[in-house]
Unconditional design. Structure first.
Length: 166
């Protein structure tokens, strides 16, 4: 790591600790040439597959889009930021572990829905209404009836399948 003050590559790590998110490491460093101290943040670089959209075009995987969609679903819900961050991390991990070089956007949506329903049914309904493009009240009614048949989100921790009747 180069010193941001003098540009020297001769630095040493003084202290290392996990960052708040537990997915990165914060390091305190000291330059051996000028003596300046600075922090670095180290995280793993994941290779995500390209995203194939419904119109068959493809685009680069965009973590920000996923995070934004999940955050919107949980807006004004009593779910902690830590729980939401953990959910986002689970989705990103599952996407990065996809066996192919491309992942359909439909599959990403299903992964997100499987994770959201484990945490909050209202957030699930919000996300589903956008993801499944609800056009009328019947669509909402159908998914709400399906949710009423299912156990609470806590009991869904081990469930891996989403069933939606239309």
């Amino acid at each position: 790591m180069r010193c941001p003050f003098c540009g020297s590559a001769e630095t040493k790590v003084i202290d290392s600790r996990f960052n708040e998110d537990s997915y990165s490491i914060k390091r305190r460093r000291e330059c051996l040439v000028c003596g300046a101290r600075f922090n670095t943040l180290e995280s793993s670089e994941l290779n995500y597959p390209r995203v194939t959209k419904s119109d068959e075009s493809s685009e680069v995987f965009n973590e920000t889009k996923i995070r934004r969609g999940i955050n919107r679903a949980f807006e004004k819900r009593k779910v902690s930021i830590d729980e939401i961050d953990e959910l986002v991390q689970k989705v990103l991990t599952k996407c990065s572990q996809h066996p192919n070089k491309e992942i359909p956007s439909r599959e990403i949506g299903e992964i997100i829905m499987r994770e959201i329903i484990k945490v909050d049914q209202v957030a699930y309904l919000r996300f589903a209404s956008v993801y499944l493009s609800f056009n009328d009240v019947r669509s909402f009614k159908s998914i709400i009836e399906n949710l009423e048949k299912q156990p609470s989100p806590i009991m869904l921790k081990n469930q891996n399948k989403i069933e939606i009747d239309e």
